[in-house]
Design a protein around this ligand. Structure first.
Ligand code: PLP
Length: 375
């Protein structure tokens, strides 16, 4: 049987990893400034993570959501503590797309409306309502296109209000910082305007924190910089450091009822053990502070390279924009210098999404390699 060939693959086979390094089947070491697509938060094979998951699987790997699972209750409590999102409710699932799917479905149940407002260049996942809310017609199949989504520009509050006036929009969904779209972020005025309009028109504000959340920007959630209180916050990626886990935080004004949402695997014992290890380590190793410090250092280094036209993003969700396509540069960084980085929809943007444990010396290695490639 062959694999369904949907991914263009680099010819590298990682077999082990440790902190910010990945090792292939020939023993070569790679510096991971990509974090397996913003997933590795506390570093590869972190001892607390390995211990938590190993001990949990030896005790109980899985049981259904029909029984008490104190690990879910503990995860909700730890999430409240680390995020400061007091009194929100937690629903757990398995991936980013699923988190947004549940967020949009819940918004529709809650408001009894069906349209969605999303933004140009957005990415919210590849399933039903999530992919329909993604601004990329190439990945929207005819079966998904029935969902009515209005795509608007950042900063255009007048168009948002106009779209809300028909009173048929259940949710506005927005990545606080766009990921694959190219690291754009709207202004605080825009976020606060969206919040106000959502209240006025009985529409739910969903912040997609799947890539930018869980400490990556130096705040636990990126929206917190804008002083807003979203109705729903979606999370995944860094939440499990590679273990498939996602979730939504739901504002206390939204009520649950039996059967409203549900999943077989979501919130299973192993996923909770993984995510609890992530939160514990972010706190104990001060990884949000580290993200801020290393980001500042990265910006300083980037400023000394004339070929970089813009540095985008914040914390450890960064993009270097050049005035040429970066595909060749990215390949050379991998194959000549053994450094993983990411790409974006904007072909001139090189993305940097390292584990939050990264140190200055790793940044130095990257900039040395970059300078060599650019000279
Ligand atoms: C902002 C954002 N939302 C949603 C998703 C979808 O997550 P998943 O691939 O886990 O379904 C992604 C994945 O890249 C993302 O970056």
């Amino acid at each position: 049987m062959s694999l369904f060939n949907v991914y263009p693959l680099f010819d590298i086979t990682p077999v082990t990893a440790n902190d910010v390094y990945v090792y292939d089947d020939k023993g070569a070491e790679y510096l991971d400034l990509y974090g397996g697509h913003a997933v590795i938060s506390i570093g590869h094979s972190h001892p607390t993570y390995v211990k938590n998951i190993s001990e949990q699987v030896a005790k109980l790997g899985f049981y259904s959501n029909a029984i008490q699972n104190p690990l879910q209750v503990e995860l909700a409590s730890q999430l409240e503590n680390i995020s400061g999102c007091n009194d929100y409710q937690l629903f757990l699932c398995n991936s980013g797309a699923e988190a947004n799917e549940n967020a949009l479905k819940l918004a529709s149940f809650h408001t009894s409306k069906q349209k969605v407002i999303a933004f140009k260049n957005s990415f919210h996942g590849r399933t039903s309502a999530a992919v329909a809310s993604t601004d990329n017609p190439k990945i929207v199949a005819p079966i998904n296109a029935q969902q009515e989504v209005i795509f608007l520009e950042f900063e255009d509050l007048a168009s948002v209000e106009k779209a809300l006036q028909n009173n048929d929009v259940c949710a506005i969904i927005i990545e606080t910082i766009q990921g694959i779209g190219g690291l754009d972020e709207a202004s605080t005025t825009f976020y606060q305007g969206l919040e106000k309009l959502c209240k006025q028109y009985n529409t739910l504000l969903i912040t997609d924190e799947i890539q930018c959340g869980f400490g990556r920007t130096g705040d636990f959630f990126a929206f917190q910089k804008h002083g807003i209180t979203p109705h729903i916050i979606s999370m995944a990626k860094g939440m499990g450091n590679g273990f498939p886990v996602g979730g939504i935080l739901i504002h206390p004004s939204i009520q649950a009822s039996y059967g409203l949402l549900g999943t077989t695997f979501g919130g299973n014992h192993l996923a909770c053990a993984a995510s609890l290890a992530v939160i514990k380590t972010i706190k104990k190793d001060h990884l949000m502070e580290n993200a801020q410090q290393i980001a500042a250092y990265f910006m300083e280094q980037a400023a000394s390279i004339p070929q970089i036209t813009t540095v985008k993003g914040r914390g450890l969700m960064l993009g270097l924009e050049f005035d040429f396509p970066i595909a060749e540069l990215r390949k050379n960084l991998i194959f000549k210098h053994h450094i993983f980085t990411g790409s974006a929809k904007n072909s001139n943007l090189l993305r940097i999404l390292p584990p939050l444990t990264i140190q200055k010396q790793h940044i130095d290695v990257f900039f040395e390699a970059l300078k060599k490639e650019l000279s």
